[in-house]
Write a protein that binds this ligand. Structure first.
Ligand code: AMP
Ligand code: GLY
Length: 432
């Protein structure tokens, strides 16, 4: 079978890497891909938003399955276009993807289906938002979110009224946060620790993946602005077995059932970004796709062939699919260019990757790389994800950092504390 992967980040490199290992697959294409993906797949010069062109290619090349990584083509209706032409696709429909595409829809959906969430208000104009900041119904700090897609950078924590007002103004007038800024959501700030809880679903059957902890803030000690994700570890040691059951019963199953009931059958990856609070897990956001870097650690821990599960989701036949996971832990350190998540420098030559090739326990997934005049260079903020397996979480983290130390480019930065909290918790539990 031929498989087409849509996207160009570390998540898509991990997908291509895993799909290539399947005996069911003869050829892999990726649109548009990156320099790392080009070593494993044929890259096509088609942008992720060109859904008609993608469908034309899949039709002409007789692609047996298309797998979509990022949210933009989902929200633009790639699954609807492919289905209309009878082309198998792993992506939720436009209607189902709204659970991620609109923060306001998503929060109102959670209220309708009683999914545990922070208190919130939807503001439809700057005046409404400023009035809400002045009233401060949830006190401070407070969280403000742009309604549309913003690449993980559209949520801002404001510590007081002045900061909240300035943020509301920026979100509603600054194009940086995406185009759908006519609305914002203002919500209660929840203290606690985050976990990414991802499941495969065909709309009926739900298969949970291993738990992951992402590291959203740019700086060590969870400081600085939010990013797309600076590193991830799996398992997330703070998600107890009880909490896992609670998330399935109170969050995942009601959401899948609620979407079905509202005529938005969900076929794809449902990703709940959760805060584990002292009152139980609450949903910070839903995504309609694999997380990045979460996908890198999840796919590294997946022992089963990924293709039958992707096909099962696409065909609505997940019932008989089983997943097997590696016992090893996994850690991913995201290597970024100077300035990320603001303006970044690009075009820096990347060195040291040859030393890491061919190692069984380390995979370097490319996120923003290209080949220019025979040289591997940076072309964006999140450049690489250095992903390592280990017998324990500390061993995986150590291995990921040893491998990261071999990589070099001008202005390279990365967090030094990925997995730090998870490991401290293991230590505290052992000392009890
Ligand atoms: P979102 O775009 O909704 O996923 O938010 C991005 C990040 O902002 C989350 O991963 C959290 O780190 C933080 N965040 C979002 N909502 C809240 C909240 N209600 N309370 C505390 N932190 C939040
Ligand atoms: N790492 C967070 C996300 O993919 O949204």
């Amino acid at each position: 079978m031929k498989v087409l992967v849509v996207g160009n980040g570390g998540r898509e490199h991990a997908l291509v890497w895993k799909i290539r290992q399947s005996p069911l697959v003869k050829e892999v294409y990726c649109a548009p891909g990156n320099a790392g993906i080009a070593q494993l797949a044929t890259c096509l010069p088609i942008e992720t938003s060109d859904i008609v062109e993608l469908a034309d290619f899949a039709q002409d090349a007789r692609v047996g399955l298309t797998v979509v990584g990022p949210e933009l083509p989902m929200v633009l209706g790639i699954a609807d276009e492919f289905s209309r032409r009878g082309l198998p696709i792993f992506s939720p429909t436009r209607g189902a993807a709204e659970i991620e595409g609109s923060k306001a829809f998503s929060r109102e959906f959670m209220s309708r289906h009683k999914v545990p969430s922070p208190r919130y208000e939807v503001c439809n104009s700057l005046d409404e938002a400023l009035a809400c900041c002045a009233r401060a119904p949830f006190g401070f700090p407070v969280v403000l979110k742009a309604d549309g897609l913003a690449g993980g950078k559209g949520a801002v924590v404001a510590k007081d009224q002045a900061e909240a007002e300035a943020t509301a103004r920026a979100l509603m007038t600054d194009k940086r946060f995406g185009s759908a800024t006519a609305k914002i959501v203002i919500e209660e700030f929840l203290p606690g620790e985050e976990v990414s809880f991802l499941v495969f679903s065909d709309g009926k059957t739900v298969l949970p993946m291993v738990s992951v902890q992402d590291h959203k803030r740019v700086g060590d000690g969870d400081t600085g602005p939010n990013t797309g994700g600076m590193g991830a570890v799996s398992p997330a040691t703070h998600l107890t077995l009880d909490a896992h059951k609670q998330v399935m019963a109170e969050v995942i199953l009601p959401t899948i059932a609620g979407l079905e009931k509202e005529g938005r059958r969900f076929q794809g990856v449902l990703y709940a970004g959760l805060m584990i609070t002292d009152k139980g897990p609450k949903v910070l956001e839903f995504n309609a796709r694999f997380g990045d870097p979460e996908a890198q650690v999840i796919l590294a821990r997946l022992k089963s062939d990924v293709v039958p599960v992707l096909q099962g989701v696409a065909a609505g036949q997940l019932k008989d699919v089983k997943l097997e996971w590696a016992k090893e832990a996994c850690a991913c350190v995201v290597v970024t260019a100077a300035g990320y998540p603001e303006a970044v420098q690009t075009g820096q030559e990347i060195r040291g990757l040859e030393d890491l090739a061919g190692q069984a326990d380390v995979a370097v997934f490319h996120a923003a790389t290209a080949l220019r005049d025979g040289k591997l260079v940076t072309v964006g903020g999140r450049v690489l994800g250095v992903t390592a397996l280990g017998a324990s979480l500390p061993a995986a983290v150590q291995r990921a950092y040893e491998a990261t130390a071999k990589v070099a480019f001008d202005g390279m930065t990365y967090r030094k504390d990925i997995g730090g909290r998870a490991i401290a918790r293991l230590g505290a539990a052992a000392a009890k």
